[in-house]
Design a protein around this ligand. Structure first.
Ligand SMILES: NC(=O)c1ccc[n+]([C@@H]2O[C@H](COP(=O)([O-])OP(=O)(O)OC[C@H]3O[C@@H](n4cnc5c(N)ncnc54)[C@H](OP(=O)(O)O)[C@@H]3O)[C@@H](O)[C@H]2O)c1
Length: 281
């Protein structure tokens, strides 16, 4: 039976991928986490301790694996030192296909970690599927959850549009790639690009109360986010993401979800309705 390993299985997309694969009788699923005890409470399948930065975890993690769902942890940026050794171990252990969660724009910004992982995969013999995902709608239920609950969305994106994608669509695309052995590079976006005024208008309608778009300057945003996250690298990356949107570079819409899934992507309004309890006061 085909054995699939899911990395990032406790994260936004990885958890959805693992859940969906566990419904498939034709596969066996192993999930990887640095904290296997808590992952075992979440998943009814084999769980392995895995840390990209700890090579002693590679052998058990990749033993017998045919297909790999690869998530690059946001905190890891030194690809050659911290990601490549694990990938080399996976390929050496016989992994035949890697489905990599990359980011929209990785094709034109070759210095970002995702682009360096894509390059390594392209230079290897392993069958590769690259899913370059746009900005997840679910960031509004995680990173921006509290401020939306309090009536405001505080991001420095001006009137720039973003082709928001639902993480459930990204997970469905990953599962299609893993189960149907679809290879190649796909740009995974929603079906429309929205600016943050429109996002707040939809949230206001769905939540039946006013959600204001603050549109702060970049310095104000960085200071506020640093007070919340206490993580300069994360805050810097967020500043870059919203500046990219402000400059109109995050609005590309593609048909790749339709191509992989044979259906339209989930609309922002449907996402907001499905998750509305997350922003309850
Ligand atoms: N957020 C977006 O809008 C977006 C859009 C496109 C692409 N992406 C990309 O998607 C990826 C995931 O981003 P995310 O913010 O959504 O994160 P996430 O999936 O919510 O969480 C990251 C995952 O990484 C795992 N992890 C962390 N450090 C690890 C390590 N040293 N070794 C092994 N696993 C480790 C964590 O598992 P454990 O703690 O269980 O070990 C966790 O499951 C990133 O590469 C990001 O750039 C994000």
């Amino acid at each position: 039976m085909t054995q699939v390993l899911v990395t990032g299985a406790t994260g936004t997309v990885g958890s959805l991928v693992a859940d969906r694969l566990l419904d498939r009788a034709e596969l066996t699923v192993r999930v990887a986490s640095r904290s296997p005890a808590s992952a075992r409470k979440r998943f009814d399948c084999e769980v392995t301790r895995f840390d990209f930065t700890d090579p002693t975890t590679y052998r058990e993690t990749f033993r017998g694996v045919d297909r790999l769902f690869l998530v690059r942890p946001p905190a890891i940026s030194r690809v050659r030192r911290d990601i490549v050794p694990a990938l080399a171990a996976a390929v050496g252990a016989g992994v035949e296909q890697v489905v990599f969660l990359s980011v929209l724009g990785a094709g034109r910004n070759r210095v970002i970690p995702h682009a360096r992982i894509e390059s390594w995969l392209a230079s290897s013999d392993v069958d590769t599927t690259v899913l370059r995902a746009s900005f997840f709608m679910q960031n509004l239920t995680t990173t921006h959850r509290n401020e939306i609950r309090d009536g405001e969305l505080f991001v420095p994106a001006g009137s720039g549009e973003t082709s928001f994608v639902d993480a459930r669509d990204v997970a469905d695309c990953a599962v299609a790639a893993l189960t149907e052995h679809r290879t190649g590079t796909y740009d995974i976006t929603g079906s429309a690009a929205l600016d943050y005024s429109e996002v707040c208008r939809i949230l206001s309608t769905v939540l039946d109360r006013e959600i204001q778009y603050a549109d702060p300057s970049l310095p104000r945003f960085l200071v506020r986010r640093y007070r919340i996250d206490h993580d300069p690298a994360k805050v810097f990356v967020m500043g870059g993401i919203y500046t990219t949107a402000r400059l109109g570079l995050a609005d590309r819409v593609t048909d790749d979800v339709q191509e992989l899934l044979g259906r339209e992507p989930i609309a922002f309004e449907s996402f907001a309705r499905d998750y509305r309890d997350r922003w309850k006061k």
